[in-house]
Design a protein around this ligand. Structure first.
Ligand code: FES
Ligand code: FES
Length: 154
């Protein structure tokens, strides 16, 4: 099957991969780059488990072709180690099985970066992009709010 070599900027590194034009970014991140933080769930844009950051915007990587990411900056959950939002998820017990957690973290990280003064409505609107089958959403909201309140007091 025909493949093209492309270079992707992922977590600050230039990575060359051979892809089919129909390969999703999620497929390439996991299968070729070994970045398995973004999770396959619904594969049609509903669950948010595959959420990553592309040029500062939360993006469902199951809905984006790898070739569309050429020339953009891609950040996965592996690229947000030691961030306040990741710590907040742990401190607020905002996960159980953890399958949805990378997507929630990446979506929340995008919100916090773009809207450091986000209000409750903005937080709820943002988190509606992600589904969790295990835990209540309250702990997740608490984690996001704790980072926002730290921003406002910091
Ligand atoms: S796997 Fe991408 S939104 Fe569900
Ligand atoms: S913690 Fe299990 S799906 Fe969210």
């Amino acid at each position: 099957m025909y493949k093209s070599e492309i270079t992707l900027n992922v977590n600050g590194e230039e990575r060359s991969v051979y892809v089919r034009h129909a390969d999703t970014l999620l497929h390439v991140l996991r299968g070729q780059l070994g970045l398995t933080g973004a999770k396959p769930g619904c594969l049609n844009g509903d669950c948010g488990a595959c959420t990553i950051d592309v040029d500062g915007e939360a993006m469902k990587s199951c809905l984006m072709l790898a070739i569309e990411a050429v020339g953009k900056k891609v950040i996965t959950v592996e690229g947000v180690q030691n961030t306040s939002i990741k710590t907040a998820f742990i401190e607020k017990f905002a996960f159980q099985c953890g399958y949805c957690t990378p997507g929630f973290i990446m979506n929340s990280n995008s919100l916090i970066t773009k809207y450091p003064q986000a209000d409750d409505t903005q937080i709820k609107d943002c988190l509606e992009s992600n589904i969790c089958r295990c835990t209540g959403y309250k702990e997740i909201e608490d984690a996001v709010k704790s980072v926002l309140s730290n921003n406002s007091t910091g």
